[in-house]
Design a protein around this ligand. Structure first.
Ligand SMILES: [Ca+2]
Ligand SMILES: [Ca+2]
Ligand SMILES: [Ca+2]
Length: 365
């Protein structure tokens, strides 16, 4: 747009506003010359200045964000002169007539105030980190908890997932007591999470409502499963007095590495009944969080408590391998049949690691 066009548009706007030029702080409206300079008495103001008093010896005033005598105005580099007020964890960007602040990658905020995010979901929502990896989280904000490193999956099912745990069938059983599922103990490392049990501080600190499980070759998620709390508090509240025979969910809302058919047989329930035995923390072939139940006598999932089978004695996990997720019809809603009317046949289970995944990562969002 030419300067003349700008001028006439400004003029039209002033007329529309009833000619009250003070509304826009323009003072005296005069025509700019071809170079964009505004004639103001005997001289012309800078293009980034306004004419305030043509009769004065200082008739021009630089626009906000500019400095000079009005005849020559230069942008103020607020970032260089430290008048920006950006947070220490933000980056200041100078612009003509202004500046902007943006929180550095891994932080959330408006640029004036930046902080570590409360969760990977908060980080994703802020748009300042888009790749899967390790990020410091600070779930209690200004509270006394120091930021800690967490693993964020920014890819699966739209991303924003905080890794809270990995349950591993290694030589150590760490997930076979209710206390570990409801407390804030931590163990293991992010780096070794697929070969040895890992429990992040996020397990008892990061809130979420979506729940995701990832194995070596498949993953699935239930949306809005948990009422926006941390997993430890959720297990504490959801743990029933009696063995559970009611699915909280039948079939995940999202899955990858599985057919729809395979996904339809997965479900979610806390402390499922193993129908020829008992339920967590007693009996043998059962789990704290049930994910794949069989037509007879196996309640597979996270947190095994095998008391009767020596081969299960080192197992924290009985989620089946992908090829064992076979679908068999059953009467919908009649336990252990799920609400989709499908179940895993008894033969899919076994007593050794041949039928079980080696690890399961657990995420909250
Ligand atoms: Ca500037
Ligand atoms: Ca804190
Ligand atoms: Ca283990």
């Amino acid at each position: 747009m030419s300067n003349w066009s700008r001028y006439w548009m400004a003029g039209a706007l002033l007329i529309a506003l009833g000619g009250c030029s003070d509304v826009l702080g323009i003072g005296v409206v005069v025509a700019p010359d071809d170079a964009g300079m505004t004639a103001c008495g005997p001289r012309a103001c800078d293009e980034f200045a306004r004419c305030v008093d043509p009769t004065s010896s200082t008739p021009c005033q630089c626009n906000p964000g500019y400095q000079g005598d009005g005849f020559v105005c230069q942008d103020i580099d607020e970032c260089a002169v430290s008048t920006h007020g950006c947070d220490l964890d933000a980056t200041c960007t100078n612009t003509p007539g202004g500046f902007s602040c943006a929180c550095n990658p891994g932080y959330v905020g408006d640029g004036t105030v930046c902080a570590r995010p409360a969760s990977c979901a908060a980080l994703r929502a802020a748009g300042s980190a888009s790749s899967t990896g390790v990020y410091p989280l600070d779930p209690d904000g200004d509270g006394p908890l120091a930021p800690f490193d967490a693993w964020c999956d920014m890819d699966a099912d739209g991303g924003g997932w905080t890794l809270v745990a990995s349950v591993v069938n290694d030589s150590t059983r760490r997930w076979n007591g209710l206390d570990v599922w409801t407390g804030d103990t931590v163990f293991g490392t992010i780096a070794d999470r697929t070969v040895s049990d890992f429990k992040s501080l996020a397990f008892a600190r990061v809130r979420g409502s979506d729940f995701l499980v990832r194995t070596v070759d498949y993953a699935f998620a239930f949306h809005e499963l948990i009422p926006d709390t941390d997993l430890a508090s959720f297990i504490q509240g959801a743990f029933p007095d009696q063995c559970n025979v009611t699915y909280q969910r039948s079939a995940p809302d999202w899955h990858e590495g599985l057919t729809d058919d395979q996904a339809s047989v997965l479900g979610f329930l806390v402390r499922p009944l193993d129908s020829n035995a008992a339920c967590f923390p007693n009996g043998n072939e059962n789990a704290l969080i049930g994910l794949n139940l069989a037509s007879c006598c196996w309640a597979g999932g996270l947190g095994n408590t095998p008391a009767g089978q020596a081969e299960w004695s080192t197992h924290d996990l009985s989620l089946l391998t992908r090829d064992r997720l076979i679908v068999e019809p059953c009467t919908a809603g009649v336990y252990p049949c799920n609400d989709n009317g499908v179940i895993i046949p008894q033969g899919s289970f076994c007593y050794n690691t041949l039928c079980k995944v080696a690890y399961a990562e657990v995420y909250l969002r």
